[in-house]
Design a protein around this ligand. Structure first.
Ligand SMILES: *Cc1c(COP(=O)(O)O)cnc(C)c1O
Length: 223
């Protein structure tokens, strides 16, 4: 199926989820996760009108971003090793995986412009997942005050892999509560208005719980 056809289907689901939640459909942005697909398929996504593209590996990123033409905002959605920061930080617009001070320090050192960052939070507490614990996120955000290359625009999480919709929903709800509590601090470096949550299998739940960026790979660009 063409990306444009898949996009039509996903847009319908976004529209219905927004309607159920009493939200405007344009309050949700799609990040098309192109990590699995070729440069050609990625270009097809851009030609279908997708602006936000997400990748999760430093390897091959520059090559892909150079191969793809058009008005693209690049999102780095994977965990990022500090020593790889210099390879990607000046080619991206958004980072979804800020989760430790050592990473912030490296960004501060290497970035030539301010980066819009999401703090990655491990709401579900699964051991294999990256991210700050929800208890530490508030403190962490205050520690970023002197990092003028970092603008904390919101929080990001990944729901646990489960069929249990209530478990997924609860995870997203907790992220939204945490986002509100950080936004209420009114920190200049951390407006924290956005929520990056929801993937192919759970984005409608995420939208119902307030997601403003959904990260969709397989069901949108998968071949
Ligand atoms: C791969 C990936 C996605 C997209 O996953 P799909 O299930 O293919 O939609 C979203 N977010 C992150 C962090 C990912 O690594």
């Amino acid at each position: 199926m063409k990306v444009s056809e898949k996009l039509d289907l996903i847009n319908k689901e976004i529209y219905s989820a927004c309607e159920r939640a009493g939200r405007q459909a344009d309050s949700v942005k799609i990040v098309a996760v192109t990590k699995y697909v070729s440069n050609e398929r990625t270009q097809e996504a851009v030609d279908a009108g997708l602006i936000h593209l997400g990748e999760n590996r430093p390897e091959g990123f520059s090559e892909k971003s150079e191969a793809v033409s058009g008005n693209v905002k690049w999102h780095y959605i994977g965990s990022l090793q500090s020593r790889k920061v210099k390879n990607v930080i000046n080619e991206i617009d958004f980072l979804h995986s800020l989760d430790r001070l050592s990473l912030a320090k490296e960004i501060q050192k290497r970035a030539e412009h301010k980066i819009d960052c999401f703090l990655q939070v491990n709401v579900s507490g699964e051991e294999q997942k990256h991210g700050l614990s929800p208890e530490n996120a508030g403190q962490f955000v205050e520690e970023l005050a002197n990092y003028d290359k970092i603008n904390v625009i919101g929080l990001m999480t990944m729901a646990p892999l489960t069929e249990d919709e209530e478990v997924i929903r609860s995870c997203f709800k907790q992220l939204a509560v945490l986002r509100d509590s950080i936004a209420a601090k009114n920190l200049q470096h951390a407006p924290c208005t956005e929520l990056s949550m929801g993937m192919s299998n759970d984005f409608t739940i995420a939208i119902e719980e307030g997601a403003t960026y959904i990260r969709i790979g397989s069901s949108l660009v998968g071949e």
